[in-house]
Ligand binder design. Structure first.
Ligand SMILES: [Zn+2]
Length: 151
């Protein structure tokens, strides 16, 4: 396998059309969409990135998603949701799925991400707002069906 010293590989996500370093994709799950990834050689990963021809746009989308994830998981909130729901999946996949849900909610209009006009040290300036808290709870329950009964 170790030919020409090019043993370094990357993990490619078909859904996001981009590659990740192994360190960024624990257990081989895409850090952005939590989907499965395929191992690719370095050159193949670069070639695919060029073919996808969406590097700039998908980078913005990725950063946007990362920001959403940071907002809802900060101050241990991600871990708290995880403990309460006790879903049958690893934390990083849980985080990705809730992030997906929030982004879908924003698309559908029942979730709002509030951002300051300029980058700020005021953490409270970054927040998630729900038009309908119960909708969010229902959606969470629908996704994580192994969630324990509320109580
Ligand atoms: Zn992905």
């Amino acid at each position: 396998m170790a030919r020409n010293g090019t043993t370094k590989t990357y993990l490619w996500c078909d859904a996001c059309r981009r590659s990740y370093a192994h360190a960024d994709a624990p257990a081989g799950a895409c850090p952005v969409c939590a989907g499965p990834t395929r191992e690719l050689g370095r050159l193949a990963a670069i070639a695919r990135g060029f073919m996808a021809n969406e590097l700039v746009a998908s980078d913005l989308r990725t950063k946007h998603r990362q920001l959403v994830r940071l907002i809802w998981t900060r101050n241990g909130m991600g871990e708290r949701y995880y403990k309460v729901l006790a879903p049958d999946l690893p934390y990083n996949r849980f985080e990705a799925r809730v992030t997906e849900l929030l982004m879908r909610g924003a698309e559908e209009g029942w979730v709002r991400f509030v951002l300051p006009a300029a980058p700020s040290d005021d953490a409270a300036a970054y927040r998630v707002e729900f038009d309908d808290d119960e909708r969010f709870v229902r959606e969470l329950e629908a996704i994580f069906t192994s969630a324990p009964a509320k109580g």
